[in-house]
Design a protein around this ligand. Structure first.
Ligand code: GLA
Length: 402
């Protein structure tokens, strides 16, 4: 295996951490990524074996992932923690391309939907793995008033604005800075969203910091600063399938730490009410199988839940489990809401990684966020970022198997 140390490209981080870790490009990985064929279910050493051989090598590697139609090169970074968990993130859309975590037998599987190649993401991506912004979720009629000015945003979901518009943060190329960190490995991504982009006011500097910790957490920390007041609602849009594609998500068990949700109209815009979930198919306060009541929910689950935790504290939002594989994911967040989307619009027309056909409910999203259409609901927690104030938000995905 050819190991090449990355020099200047990694900046001063490298010098700081050189004694602790080495940052490497693995030629074999470069080749594997280049031909776009990371397997979905790779047998890794069982924990006992791994202990005998010592921990996995913790590193961050970089490889080319293709070029966009305009010629821009896209890179993909592979983060590996000391337990062998791997997250692959590309600079296009800050997209989490794959996430390999072990099941109860120690077998690693890729638990997010996506494509093998960049081309798939560019041609047709229903936000697989992406960072969504400037405003994740919907703004009614793409319109809001701020400081006495009415702004008109791009409309891309019927008459409404969805997930940042026609070219949201999921479709731009981010600057990337890989990092070796005290408790794991990371990748800092940054993007400057210009004044007027998709109709939003002000320049917005956005930073998204993914970390894969040695406690088996994927942490996503967001920061944003604006030079004019603007609405901002950043989220991560992975479609999870904890069976690693063995079956759909209807048998997954979900717990949402939310006694209330925001009911919506036909266009999925909140009516403004916060309704109790108790006694309805929306209730996930105790773990429930997703498929058990989905038929009673018109169109399937695609709703924002109001989290019970205090507004900005990092509290438990969700626990998702796939009993046959034993994989569990817990989500903690500083955000006040979480959109539970049960993959209702997947319809079998997308063939994803490893040739898998993504039929309805083949993956689900748990998007930590502020509530949809907040700029038009003064009673909802505010999404406005003012100049001089830095927006900070954190979401943690914790993985284990039982
Ligand atoms: C979000 C929305 C859904 C859908 C998906 C992407 O979860 O709430 O309605 O638009 O994104 O397909």
């Amino acid at each position: 295996m050819l190991l090449i140390e990355i020099g200047a490209a990694f900046g001063q981080e490298k010098n700081d951490m050189k004694t602790k870790f080495s940052v490497v490009i693995t030629a074999a990985l470069t080749l594997a990524v280049g031909i776009g064929s990371i397997s979905c279910k790779k047998k890794q050493p069982a924990p006992a074996d791994a202990a005998a051989k010592g921990p996995a090598r913790m590193d961050v590697t970089r490889a080319p992932f293709g070029t966009l139609p305009d010629g821009t090169a896209v890179d993909i970074y592979t983060l590996t923690n000391k337990n062998g968990l791997k997250a692959r993130i590309m600079t296009y859309g800050a997209i989490l391309v794959s996430l390999e975590v072990p099941d109860k037998a120690g077998v690693f599987g890729d638990i997010v939907l996506g494509y093998d190649t960049l081309d798939g993401y560019v041609k047709n991506n229903p936000y697989f793995g992406a960072i969504v912004g400037r405003y994740g979720n919907r703004i009614a009629k793409g319109r809001f008033t701020l400081g006495g000015v009415t702004y008109k945003l791009a409309t891309n979901n019927g008459e409404n604005h969805l997930h940042g518009g026609l070219k949201g943060f999921d479709k731009v190329v981010w600057e990337a800075e890989p990092r070796m960190e005290e408790d794991g490995v990371g990748l800092k991504l940054s993007y400057l969203s210009k004044d007027g982009e998709e109709g939003y006011p002000g320049n917005l500097e956005v930073k998204v910091h993914y970390s894969l910790t040695n406690d088996n957490e994927l942490r996503i920390a967001y920061e944003a600063e604006a030079d004019k007041a603007t609405p901002v609602n950043l989220t991560h849009h992975s479609y999870f399938n904890l069976s690693a594609g063995a079956r759909d998500i209807l048998g997954h068990e979900l717990m949402l730490a939310a006694d209330r949700y925001t009911p919506v109209d036909k266009g999925l815009i909140p009516t403004g009410k916060l309704a109790p979930v108790k006694g309805t198919p929306m209730d996930f306060t105790a773990p429930m199988t997703i498929g058990s009541r989905i038929a009673k929910v018109d169109g399937g689950y695609d709703h924002n839940y109001v989290l019970n935790k205090p507004e900005v504290a990092t509290g438990l939002a969700a626990r998702l489990a796939d009993p046959p594989s034993g994989r569990v994911m817990e989500i903690y967040t500083t955000e006040p809401g979480i959109q539970f989307y049960s993959g209702n619009f997947l319809d079998g027309t997308i063939t994803g990684k490893g040739g898998r056909v993504y039929a309805k409910h083949f993956g689900l999203c748990l998007e930590t966020q502020h509530f949809p259409d907040s700029p038009n609901h003064p009673d909802f927690p505010s999404t406005i970022v003012y100049p001089g104030r830095v927006l900070k938000s954190l979401t943690i995905h914790k993985f284990y198997a039982k």
